[in-house]
Design a protein around this ligand. Structure first.
Ligand code: SF4
Length: 322
């Protein structure tokens, strides 16, 4: 039985805006096991990045965590002070962001940035930290790492910047690596290399990976289990084979059909009818009901809870279809 590394219960994260509260993550429960690769997938704006960034509390200033707990190694991260959390961030939980161009400090040399977590968390002397940084840059495939560690970020390509971010974020060998769409801002030719690097480092360092993506191809290649989010809710969780071969939620089915149709047909693309709802006033009952082909009157009034249909395959739907 795998051990739970992260357990999220009843998490609600809303954004305060002048038009009202945006219910970005609404009563989400999720468990992530030690050593696994877990993917969160869903359309843009469904709350997956908010959920992931709530874990190390790296949310924008207008975000409000209204309820819930985030247990990491039996510590509730939501109850820690900022300074206590600062010790965990970067050392036990690290985040690779979408855009490496804005993640690196433009006025600090790359080597200093990659070595800095070792100094901050383990009090490693700077000289040793810089030697480690060069080794780490070499590990992630930066050519001439000794020379290039003295460069500033502007001298690096997008792919090299993201590799440097990954070097920095894995320098302390964290237990949990959160990668928030780590290849979205990169050229297609570089994306596969960066994903391969993340997978290799995960195996080499024994990390647990939480990967955020909207790309089912990446899910199939990288993940053991998948969580599907829709409009701030987790609607289905299962292992990657179950999700691909027997999706239960109509939304998951729709997403997978879109991918299959795109591969098969060169003419017309498949689509899920309608658009994601406003998260300020989401629909009552099941949030997917205005777009769902299987909706019944119950769906408009009663919110479905998550139920376990088969081993570790859970779904939130009144009328799920096998
Ligand atoms: Fe569709 Fe109803 Fe299931 Fe929601 S609960 S996904 S509306 S069938």
């Amino acid at each position: 039985m795998p051990r739970t590394l992260l357990s999220i219960k009843d998490l609600r994260v809303y954004y305060e805006t002048i038009r009202g509260y945006v219910k970005a993550v609404d009563s989400v429960d999720l468990e992530i096991y030690e050593g696994e690769s877990f993917c969160l997938i869903g359309e843009t704006g469904c709350g997956k990045s908010t959920l992931a960034l709530a874990i190390p509390r790296l949310l924008p200033p207008n975000a409000r965590i209204l309820s819930g707990s985030i247990m990491f190694k039996n510590i509730d991260l939501l109850k820690l002070s900022d300074s206590e959390l600062e010790e965990i961030r970067g050392r036990d939980i690290a985040v690779v962001f979408q855009n490496p161009m804005s993640s690196l400090n433009p006025v600090l040399r790359i080597g200093l940035q990659v070595g800095e977590p070792l100094v901050a968390h383990f009090k490693t002397p700077w000289r040793e930290a810089l030697i480690s940084a060069i080794k780490q840059l070499s590990r992630v495939g930066i050519p001439d790492p000794h020379l290039r560690s003295k460069d500033y970020p502007h001298a690096f390509s997008g792919g090299m910047k993201q590799r440097s971010m990954i070097a920095m974020m894995t320098s302390c060998k964290p237990s949990l690596l959160i990668a928030d769409e780590p290849t979205t801002a990169l050229d297609v030719t570089i994306q596969a290399q960066v994903l391969r690097l993340i997978r290799e480092l995960k195996e080499e360092y024994g990390l647990t990976l939480l990967l955020i993506t909207h790309n089912f191809g990446i899910v199939a290649e990288m993940c053991d289990r998948v969580g599907v989010m829709y409009a701030g809710k987790l609607v289905e969780v299962g292992n990657v084979i179950d999700i691909f071969e027997s999706p239960l939620h109509p939304y998951t089915k729709g997403l997978i059909e879109c991918v299959i149709a795109r591969r098969k047909s060169k003419s017309r693309l498949s689509q899920i009818p309608g658009a994601p709802p406003s998260l300020i006033n989401p629909p009552g009952g099941c949030r997917f009901h205005p777009r769902c082909l299987y909706a019944t009157s119950r769906c408009t009034s009663e919110e479905p809870g998550l139920i376990e249909v088969s081993r570790k395959h859970i779904v939130a739907c009144h009328n799920y279809v096998r």
